[in-house]
Design a protein around this ligand. Structure first.
Ligand code: NI
Length: 187
């Protein structure tokens, strides 16, 4: 188990579509364990494979501090509520940048678990938001894409002042001082 480097905005891997997992192997489970370690070290609540430079269609989520860790392999959102909710999001790949994102307030997601067994989860509130944010990552989409043009411009301006801290678009948690203002909703 190890903490991996996190790729930040500007790395083309974050804009790539992922490849569906054909077989859940021990190698994939090792990646999943490393992704949980990385997410927790970064104090995030979700992490998708492209954020650690990988293109397997896999994400991990944990919105309750270890109580309900969720592995999503080949996730598909099979239904979304018509009612929406707006709330602030951040992203481990865009440190210190936040923005209000409107999304369906509830979703049903179908995926494989770490043993390769299919399951379905009905999620609402923060879990629903996190699943949608991670599912976006698996298709090259980031939360800033959901912002209005003006809000996105402001977010990118803020990011342009941060990005020099991440040469090669790499965020090394071990090198990083524990951030002064960790945010509860870095996904
Ligand atoms: Ni994210």
């Amino acid at each position: 188990m190890s903490v991996l480097e996190i790729r930040v905005l500007g790395d083309p891997v974050l804009r790539q579509d992922t490849k569906p997992v054909a077989t859940v192997t021990d190698e994939l489970r090792a990646l999943i364990d490393d992704m949980f370690d990385t997410m927790r070290a970064a104090k995030g609540i979700g992490l998708a494979a492209p954020q650690v430079g990988r293109l397997e269609r896999v994400a991990v989520v944990d919105v309750e501090g270890g109580k309900q860790p969720l592995v999503l392999i080949n996730p598909e959102i099979v239904s979304s509520s018509t009612d929406t909710a707006k709330s602030e999001e951040g992203c481990l790949s865009i440190p210190d940048v936040f923005g209000d994102v409107e999304r369906p307030s509830a979703v049903v997601v179908r995926a494989l678990d770490r043993d390769g067994n299919p399951f379905e989860v009905s999620a609402s509130e923060l879990l629903a938001r996190c699943i949608q944010h991670e599912n976006d990552h698996l298709h090259g989409k980031l939360f800033i894409d959901h912002l209005s043009v003006l809000k996105r411009r402001a977010a990118l301006a803020k990011w342009s002042k941060q990005k020099d801290r991440y040469p090669g678009f790499i965020r090394r948690l071990t090198d990083e001082e524990v951030a002064e203002h960790h945010h509860a909703e870095d996904l």
